[in-house]
Design a binder for this molecule. Structure first.
Ligand code: RRO
Length: 309
């Protein structure tokens, strides 16, 4: 059974890797993903300068997922630039997540990464929900179009975007129309956490995390149907883009469902945080078991072949 896939021309031995933000802030963590059975790795979203992020507690797990308001803690883009400069690209694909606090910051960082002339894959984060005072760009269609126009003009190499979840058909259509203007925008990662949820502890009558009165991005089981809807809808509306699925993956079954909805690869956040890098071995095995039961030999046998009624 062959579970290999490609993003652009880059082969992945498995479709599964980490979601940006989990196990990727430190080079030791990036190396742990590299040495695992993940098919690729993506770095923590970076900014021009290093950030400590929001006050703690800023992450909490629940029986059905997680809530976080990390606030973009990272070492600053030069740290990840150095990692990318020394990375062995024959091993597995390296995605670099970029989350500048302004368009100028994003252009500066993207220019630095593309000047390395290495086959890294930039994933521009248009959907961080957790920096007070900074709205999610993916929800401001005019601003997103302006940003992508400038980024596209500046980029010689293919790149992707990390999107927030959309919930209304009109918003899917408006977003897809924008993405389809840009040829070198080659992949869409769907979805970031569902922003600004609130988890309440009944006993103590308190919120679980400190920033933003307890509001934070929701991940895990809660978000699977929203993630699958975003993967499948953009798969239909953006036939020239590749879709990377993210959201609600805890077992091989959800990997299978994301791929059935059109994903070429999938990322795992919450479950990876809880379980560690051994997760990738398990998910690969569980995906293979499902494919064998169904008689599928490779991912192309079922990718995007979701049936409707
Ligand atoms: O660091 C964060 O708080 C964070 C980011 Br940048 C993001 O894109 N998504 C998220 O759930 N948390």
């Amino acid at each position: 059974t062959d579970i290999s896939t490609h993003i652009l021309d880059q082969r992945m031995r498995s479709p599964v890797y980490n979601a940006s933000g989990v196990m990727c802030r430190e080079t030791t963590e990036l190396e742990a993903v590299r040495h695992s059975d993940a098919g690729a790795l993506v770095s923590k979203s970076c900014t021009l300068e290093a950030r400590d992020g929001n006050p703690e507690p800023r992450y909490a797990a629940t029986p059905f997922g997680s809530i976080n308001s990390m606030g973009l803690p990272n070492h600053g883009y030069r740290y990840y630039l150095d990692y990318a400069a020394h990375y062995d690209y024959t091993d597995k694909p390296l995605f670099i997540s970029i989350s500048g606090l302004s368009l100028a910051d994003n252009l500066h960082m993207l220019d630095a990464f593309q000047r390395l002339k290495r086959p890294l894959l930039p994933e521009v984060n248009l959907s961080c929900p957790n920096v007070p005072g900074k709205p999610q760009l993916g929800y401001s269609f005019d601003d997103m179009a302006t940003a992508l126009t400038a980024i596209h003009a500046a980029m010689d190499i293919p790149f992707g975007v990390k999107l927030p979840p959309y919930f209304d058909i009109s918003h899917f259509e408006m977003a897809a129309e924008i993405f389809n203007r840009f040829e070198r925008l080659k992949f869409l990662t769907c979805i970031n956490s569902i922003g600004n949820g609130l988890v309440v502890d009944t006993d103590s009558e308190t919120v679980l995390i400190k920033p933003k009165n307890g509001l934070g991005g929701i991940g895990g089981d809660y978000v699977l149907p929203t993630a699958l809807a975003n993967v499948n809808t953009f798969y239909r509306l953006c036939p020239d883009k590749q879709i990377i699925g993210c959201g609600g993956i805890g077992a091989g079954e959800q990997v299978f469902q994301h791929i059935l909805c059109g994903a070429s690869a999938v990322q795992v956040g919450t479950r990876l945080w809880e379980e560690g890098a051994g997760l990738f071995t398990r998910l690969n095995q569980e995906l293979v078991a499902i494919m064998q039961r169904k008689g599928y030999q490779c991912l192309a046998d079922f990718r995007g072949k979701l049936c409707t009624l």
